[in-house]
Write a protein that binds this ligand. Structure first.
Ligand code: ACO
Length: 329
């Protein structure tokens, strides 16, 4: 769907927890090796949030970092959307906690929970409020504390995830710039391939759920891998068709950082050279809703995005869900 009024990214920000957990550290916790983890996923290390901090704290830091390089003051933010699969609470929303902390007193605030596709869904949603003329400034944040939802005795999952947050401030911009198009999708028939089974209404926390470890991330890795490769293909193709562009027109592709083999496989099929792909999975692992937000921030900070570039975001995750979004910077 093309947005009728231009919605641009005014500024970006991130919060990366300082504590590093390397593959060598993990070798001391579970039966694994740096060779296996790096070879199968591209991950060398991940960040772990400090004790006492949680998703909202990182979201607040990312929002403040975003505001620090923006002309828009917090008081002029109309809406805050936080994408997270690991919010502070079932309720209230993490977005409300951020709203209070950054003094965005008149902003509406809500969360979106779409796993790793969350940041793309949230950008597309925020852009609609601006293009419809309802709001002028929307803060979109992806933030995760996945380290508190992995079973640290399960080598299949604990090596994959990390913590962090990224943010982007959307505002109205000149015609022809900003978000050009997006493509969102979901296949609920496969919801059980990736879930956090217990702790909510279906399976409230109990002695039994704790014993069975049902409050940890459950993932059918191989099946999710197959889905992810296909979802990247489908979503990128649909987006390029909408834009009337080819993969060769993309200046920078920022994919969800779940597995370097998933990214490589999609890029090979679209014939996108490595230098046009943003990859930081080696440093952070899979930070779910935060991954594309952090990668966007890093790409911009490192000078890899220039004015006029066609930047494409693409992601997939729990739901199952997928999405892509194109920005003329
Ligand atoms: N260290 C050593 N060996 C391991 C480890 C580990 N950390 N983990 C698994 N293994 C073993 C398995 O036990 C298995 O051994 P076996 O053959 O003796 O049974 C072997 O390695 C192969 O296991 P697979 O699961 O088949 O390995 P695979 O190559 O599929 O890699 C992985 C697993 C990395 C999880 C991959 O399937 C993957 O990346 N899946 C997609 C994940 C993803 O994209 N998630 C996105 C969404 S996340 C979200 O939305 C929150």
């Amino acid at each position: 769907m093309k947005t009728p009024v231009s919605v641009v990214i005014e500024s970006v920000g991130a919060y990366i927890p300082p504590k590093v957990l390397s593959n060598a550290d993990l070798e001391k916790i579970v039966d694994t090796s740096d060779q296996w983890i790096f070879g199968r996923t591209g991950i060398r290390e991940r960040r772990i949030v400090a004790e006492g901090m949680s998703t909202s704290d990182m979201a607040i830091e990312a929002a403040l970092s975003c505001l620090a390089s923006s002309k828009v003051p917090a008081a002029e933010i109309d809406l805050i959307i936080v994408a997270s699969a690991s919010p502070d609470y079932a309720f209230p929303s993490t977005a409300c906690i951020v709203q209070h902390a950054i003094l965005a007193r008149t902003a509406a605030a809500f969360d979106m929970e779409i796993g790793c596709t969350g940041f793309i869904y949230a950008l597309a949603t925020g852009a609609q409020f601006i293009s419809a003329g309802v709001y002028r400034n929307v803060m979109v944040i992806g933030a995760e504390t996945l380290s508190r939802f992995v079973d640290w005795t399960d080598r299949n999952t604990c090596v994959l995830f990390g913590d962090g947050a990224g943010a982007a401030l959307l505002t109205q911009g000149p015609a022809g710039e900003g978000i050009l198009a997006f493509h969102l999708g979901a296949d609920g028939s496969q919801w059980n391939l990736l879930s956090l089974p217990a702790g909510m209404a279906r399976l409230p926390a109990s002695e039994q759920t704790l014993k069975k470890g049902l409050h940890y991330i459950h993932m059918e890795g191989r099946a999710v891998f197959k889905f992810a490769v296909k979802a990247m293909d489908v979503s990128l193709k649909a987006l390029l068709d909408k834009l009337g562009k080819t993969a060769g027109d993309i200046d920078l592709l920022i994919p969800h950082q779940a597995n370097s083999r998933i990214i490589d496989s999609a890029c090979q099929r679209f014939n996108i050279p490595r230098e046009k792909i943003m990859m930081n999975i080696d440093k952070y692992g899979n930070t779910s809703s935060a991954s594309i937000a952090i990668a966007l921030y890093e790409a911009y900070s490192e000078g890899r995005i220039k004015k006029g570039d066609l930047v494409v975001l693409v992601g997939f995750g729990a739901g199952l869900s997928w999405g892509s979004l194109a920005i003329r910077w």
